[in-house]
Design a protein around this ligand. Structure first.
Ligand SMILES: [Zn+2]
Length: 345
């Protein structure tokens, strides 16, 4: 009996010793790995050891939270492949931050995405306020039909700017999360273009129901095609930058057909002078100019490393999108006033 109980105790002790040794080695590995990655290069603030980042090892956010709170900006070369997008922007990047709360907190720090996040966040809030002001006016001031038609535009703009802001916030979370939210970003652009077309077509062809509906169906078809293209997995890859700019530019340019029709029906002088076609053209120029800068990566291409935090192409593109949306709103308001006051039908 004595011998047997002694050997059982020995076996138990041995098992405990082995378990403790395993736990110790796991704990020390978990604690050391993030610090190796995060504090490898204090002088440049870069990560030399990114392949050891815990996100790629599938560790839980809870274990990681304590360490990624102390992230520092890094250089382009230190980023993993899935975060490398623009080699003309040299430094100031967020490293992979596999925690939603850390990503959202990073909105209040300065890095390459700060300008992109805030330009569209402020734009999104501004359009929400304009929409609230618009739909809370009395029936005498703004007709309810007008409120519905313009709400389509407002919703498109709010979705576009809001999705874009969230995408730029979460792009560094992980490859998977970045991909999912890039689809929302493209979806927002398609909704913005569709939403911008609706009031133009509605009031531009106010009395010609068949023509108006035909153009609306055409816009919806192209919009859905753009959304489907956006949902394609490889669409977000940097190699398809020009294809992305081309698809959305083509969708935007499809407005040329109803614009020419409108010009022909109303006469050149009237269309420009009274019916706000000038605003439509200005909007198109702003969008196309923004898309061109984005695709060509101007100005950072000519000043590599000088536009890392502010004035890089993506930020300028964001600002142009907001200005274009405001120009669009002004033109549509003029067109709606014209159509309603003239009582053409
Ligand atoms: Zn963007």
């Amino acid at each position: 009996m004595k011998k047997r109980s002694a050997s059982s105790a020995e076996i138990l002790n041995e098992e405990n010793r082995q378990r403790n040794a395993e736990l110790n080695s796991k704990n020390s590995a978990n604690n050391l790995r993030p610090f190796t990655a995060l504090e490898n290069d204090k002088e440049t603030g870069t990560f030399k050891n990114l392949d050891q980042l815990p996100s790629q090892q599938g560790e839980s956010e809870a274990k990681m939270g304590r360490n990624i709170q102390s992230w520092r900006c890094c250089r382009y070369q230190a980023l993993p492949k899935w975060l490398q997008d623009n080699e003309f922007i040299h430094k100031g990047y967020r490293p992979p931050l596999p925690s939603f709360s850390v990503c959202f907190k990073s909105v209040f720090r300065m890095h390459t995405e700060t300008g992109n996040i805030w330009t569209h966040l402020v734009g999104c809030l501004a359009f929400m306020l304009i929409m609230i002001y618009f739909i809370t006016r009395s029936h005498e001031q703004i007709h309810s039909q007008e409120k519905y038609v313009f709400s389509v535009f407002f919703c498109g703009a709010i979705c576009c700017l809001g999705f874009s802001s969230v995408y730029h916030t979460l792009i560094c979370h992980s490859e998977h999360v970045g991909k999912v939210f890039s689809k929302f970003d493209y979806l927002g652009i398609a909704l913005q273009i569709m939403g911008s077309f609706v009031p133009w077509l509605y009031y531009g062809f106010y009395c010609e129901t068949f023509v108006r509906n035909t153009y609306m169906v055409l816009t919806a078809t192209l919009g859905i095609a753009s959304i489907i293209a956006s949902l394609w997995d490889k669409f977000g890859h940097s190699r398809y930058r020009k294809l992305r700019a081309s698809i959305f530019s083509a969708f935007g340019l499809s407005g040329v057909l109803p614009a020419i029709h409108f010009l022909y029906a109303r006469g050149f002088v009237n269309a420009f002078k009274e019916l706000a076609l000038g605003y439509l053209l200005s909007m198109a120029v702003l969008y196309l100019f923004g898309a061109y800068l984005y695709a060509a990566r101007i100005p950072e291409r000519y000043y590599p490393g000088k536009c890392d935090l502010i004035f890089h192409s993506h930020q300028i593109f964001h600002v142009l999108v907001i200005v274009a949306a405001l120009v669009c709103l002004r033109g549509m308001s003029l067109l709606a006033d014209q159509a309603l006051s003239e009582n053409l039908c």
